[in-house]
Design a protein around this ligand. Sequence first.
Ligand code: NAD
Length: 308
Amino acid sequence: MLVTDHVADLLLERLRGAGLEVDYRPGISRGELLRIVHGYDALVVRSRTRVDREVIERAERLKVIARAGVGLDNIDVEAARERGIRVVNAPAAATQSVAELTIGLLIAAARRLAESLELARGGVWKKVMGFELYGKTLAVIGFGRIGRRVAEIARAIGMKIVAYDVVDLSSHAEKIGAEFTRDLHEALRRADAVTLHVPLTPETWHLIGRREFEAMKRGVILVNTSRGPVVDSEALLWALEEGIVAAAALDVLEHEPPATEAEKRLVSHPRVFVTTHIGASTREAQQRVAEETARKLIEALAAQCGAD
Ligand code: NAD
């Protein structure tokens, strides 16, 4: 099998321990991948490698694609399905880590930690005025695994939750004392803080754009730990300048590292707190990802080979 991104040593250990032959080529170029992919039964990637139709069509022997992580937006799942290739991932492994980071970013934005840090580093001992999260309303956009966990922790802080999803998840909301709505703009209108937890799909690309910012209260906080393109960067800059968004905390950008002028301005904006896509970067999440990916990959490969 071919591993094209940096993965935990534990994952490599598990695969080799199962007797599989592993070619570890993290950072391989797209050209090289296209040239050699035909020789492998399994492909293991994280989020860097784009496994699109072109790669899949060249992968004559490929039986399984494993994404060592959560999101499948870098894999053309439909093209894989058409060729009978199984796609496996570790969907729940990072839930707690991403939820904890989200809450951390929420607090960082409400208490203006980035500004205070800058002042302290510059030797300026000045206070910055923030606000409490207690009693405020948090809109959770996408009420799946991570959204629900964020909502549970935010409830413990004393926040009110209004959850939005395309699927009716009102019974899940009820269990944790959250309100549920199928109307995105209603959730946005009521929120003091907005947190995004949808997958990246054609429907969620720029889900939060100018019209959505216009629906938000002045002084709202935006946290995005989902996928960068869910937010229109130009529209976010506009909303920051207009004073609609008081502060934004982003673990993800439309391009990583930032490539457009708007993204570069966001990274250096005094009221924007950017982290380097570290949502799943904890020892615990990576251990779960390694164990779950290895187990599913080994099972899928055995099933696919049995079916040959
Ligand atoms: P999940 O599949 O459990 O939940 C996603 C929810 O979004 C589902 O309830 C789904 O119904 C809903 N949804 C889908 N399309 C929607 C739409 N158009 N409008 C509203 N809701 C919609 O996924 P999860 O495990 O909670 O992950 C959520 C996000 O977090 C994903 O984007 C994932 O890629 C991202 N993530 C980021 C990191 C990181 O490092 N920052 C790590 C892991 C996951």
